[in-house]
Design a protein around this ligand. Structure first.
Ligand SMILES: Nc1ncnc2c1ncn2[C@@H]1O[C@H](COP(=O)(O)OP(=O)(O)OP(=O)(O)O)[C@@H](O)[C@H]1O
Ligand SMILES: [Mg+2]
Length: 161
């Protein structure tokens, strides 16, 4: 787990820029944190890092906004208004598996609504307290993309090595 202090909105944006510059196609970023903790700001940074000049606006009502002009496509989702049962029927896995859409970066606000997870992801918790200020806690999924299929075929059953 990596804990990063975010002194101001620019720091949140900059963290996003670094992610947008470096993450490979197929990356899924799960964004969690209370209302107003900076999830959209981080995705705006990711957009900048990818070279997207269109303004990145919160998809709270549209659910999914797609930006196709950068280094990789950016799929920005906000599940705030949904229940996990409703999310299930959206087949969001087609975004991170690149089915019917080009593989890109998938950034999901309120990802605790997801009833299923991709094999590989980066989970970012944004926290705020008056005493300590704002932090991002970044946690990688235990399973790496390259492992699962081969491991299952080999019958080790251990997907976390
Ligand atoms: N590290 C920070 N320090 C201070 N202010 C910040 C920081 N990061 C973001 N902000 C500001 O907090 C406000 C809310 O940010 P943002 O809309 O990105 O939050 P959010 O988590 O997406 O909110 P929501 O839960 O409504 O989707 C914005 O005005 C933004 O500029
Ligand atoms: Mg938001």
């Amino acid at each position: 787990m990596t804990k990063i202090f975010l002194a101001d909105a620019q720091a949140t944006h900059s963290l996003g820029v670094r992610l947008g510059q470096s993450l490979p196609a197929g990356s899924v970023i799960l964004l969690e944190g209370d209302l107003g903790t900076g999830k959209t700001t981080l995705v705006q940074g990711i957009g900048t890092g990818l070279g997207i000049s269109d303004p990145i606006v919160s998809p709270t009502f549209t659910l999914i906004n797609e930006y196709l002009e950068g280094r990789l496509p950016l799929y920005h989702l906000d599940l705030y208004r949904l229940q996990p049962e409703e999310v299930e029927s959206l087949n969001l896995d087609s975004y991170w598996e690149g089915v019917d859409v080009p593989l890109g970066i998938v950034a999901i606000e309120w990802s605790d609504r997801l009833p299923y997870l991709p094999v590989s992801y980066l989970r970012i918790y944004l926290t705020y307290s008056t005493e300590q200020g704002r932090y991002a806690q970044v946690i990688s999924s235990p399973t790496q993309l390259k492992l699962p299929v081969k491991t299952r075929e080999q019958g080790t059953g251990n997907r976390e090595q």
